[in-house]
Design a binder for this molecule. Structure first.
Ligand code: FRU
Length: 428
């Protein structure tokens, strides 16, 4: 009798508790709740067989022999699945002539496209637009969607201003759209619309160039299109920095009470204020967007959360971003890597995968051999060959790296395979 009564009491208490938490969950979803990647979480980065890529085989082929090729993204449908245009897969990548120095390539970057019937052998097709029409003194990473009318909705970062005498690092998000046609020679881009600036930092949620300080360039770049399958609303996710005056960090940026007792954050770490930004589309043409508070912030942790993406798996939202060792705040020992977070809705309390967020990194004997990991089809990870060693000598790759395959299960990830250079496969 007694146990039945207690059982009844416990279950009514649980029901009350559940009812009480619903408004919080709704609030978190609808208001500007920003998840935190704390100093407490961003600890203990270790190379394991689950997260470490094998060494590059130095006999790789160059996909475009005259070009440096780096950040890469495929043409996808609105749901994120690989698009196929009359039998062709298409990928876009940042490129620059190999005649410029490796580090100079960012100053002259443009976006090229490649096509392939097998997702393995890519044919270089040229720049994706007329340089004269593009905005910025150079163009940086973005994303591309094949919409329901067969048009490509194309988002990229315009860095600097056309014709500027001295290169600046001003970054604005730009949109254009074009047709993509197929003939014997593969795919062709035609009818490119006027390139339009769709987002600039507001200085409140997102830092402007004027507010930025310090030697690491500020960020307002790398637009990634995401349609939330639960609400069908369209968003752009991007890399930002916290705007406004730099105040003291929130205690949560450091960690929980117990951690804070023993952890002294060095002075100035609040200047490492990377975030993952988000803006919601205001029209069907995807030319008007409204900035919202960031999805995730890494204040006191890391200054750059580059090329963020959201990938759905089993109703969960996986947020990925790439970052560098040198952009970590003092006192943290991070690595160049792909980092992941998991939440139950688009705006939710994202928790780092594997405890600290690290999903993929390079082997310790060549910690910069690849970079700019980008998830395709929920399991293939594209990246490019960066700075690697051959017979003890430093070399630059500038081409597609072997694709890695990962598995995602709840809050855990694992490298489970390696494919050829630049290989993409459909979702399974
Ligand atoms: C990452 C990145 C991107 C940027 C591009 C510029 O590799 O820093 O954030 O768009 O490279 O070259």
């Amino acid at each position: 009798m007694k146990t039945r009564k207690t059982y009844k009491m416990i279950s009514s208490l649980m029901v009350i508790l559940a009812i009480l938490t619903i408004p919080f969950l709704i609030l978190r979803h609808n208001t500007g709740y920003t998840s935190i990647w704390s100093r407490q979480q961003a600890q203990n980065f270790k190379c394991t067989k689950e997260n470490t890529a094998p060494n590059i085989n130095p006999n790789f082929k160059l996909t475009a022999p005259n070009l440096w090729v780096w950040d890469t993204w495929p043409l996808v449908k609105k749901d994120g699945s690989l698009a196929v245009v009359n039998g062709y897969k298409v990928i876009f990548a940042l490129t620059a002539s190999r005649n410029v120095g490796w580090n100079k390539r960012h100053d002259v970057a443009g976006i090229s496209y490649f096509c392939s019937t097998d997702g393995e052998n890519w044919v270089y097709k040229g720049l994706a637009y007329n340089v004269e029409d593009a905005l910025g003194s150079r163009q940086w990473a973005g994303s591309a969607i094949l919409d329901e009318n067969g048009m490509v909705q194309f988002f990229y970062t315009a860095t600097g201003r056309k014709g500027e005498a001295v290169r600046t690092f001003e970054q604005r998000l730009v949109k254009t759209k074009f047709s993509i046609n197929v003939d014997k020679g593969g795919v062709h881009i035609t009818n490119c619309s006027k390139h339009q600036v769709i987002l600039e930092p507001d200085g409140v949620y997102y830092q402007t160039m004027q507010q930025a300080k310090g030697p690491i360039i500020y960020s307002f770049r790398d637009p990634y299109f995401f349609e939330d399958p639960k609400t069908k609303k369209d968003y752009l996710i991007f890399e930002g920095n916290k705007g406004g005056k730099i105040e003291k960090m929130k205690p949560e940026n450091i960690g929980d009470k117990l951690f804070r007792k023993n952890h002294i954050a060095p002075r100035g770490v609040e200047n490492f204020n990377g975030n993952v930004g988000i803006a919601v589309a205001q029209n069907k043409d995807l030319t008007r967007f409204k900035l919202l508070p960031p999805l995730l912030e890494a204040v006191g942790v890391n200054q750059q959360l580059e090329r963020p993406q959201i990938v759905m798996k089993k109703n969960k939202y996986y947020l990925f971003t790439i970052s560098h060792k040198f952009t970590y705040a003092q006192g943290l020992n991070g690595v160049d890597g792909l980092y992941g977070f998991c939440g139950n809705s688009l705006r939710s309390n994202y928790k780092p995968l594997n405890g600290n967020g690290l999903v993929i990194t390079n082997p310790t004997n060549d910690p910069y051999q690849t970079y700019s990991w980008y998830l395709v089809s929920g399991h293939d990870v594209l990246s490019f060959i960066n700075e690697y060693h051959f017979n003890g000598q430093l070399r630059y790759g500038g081409t597609f790296a072997p694709t890695l395959q990962i598995s995602l299960k709840g809050y855990k990830s694992k490298i489970i395979g390696r494919l050829g250079e630049g290989v993409v496969t459909p979702a399974h």
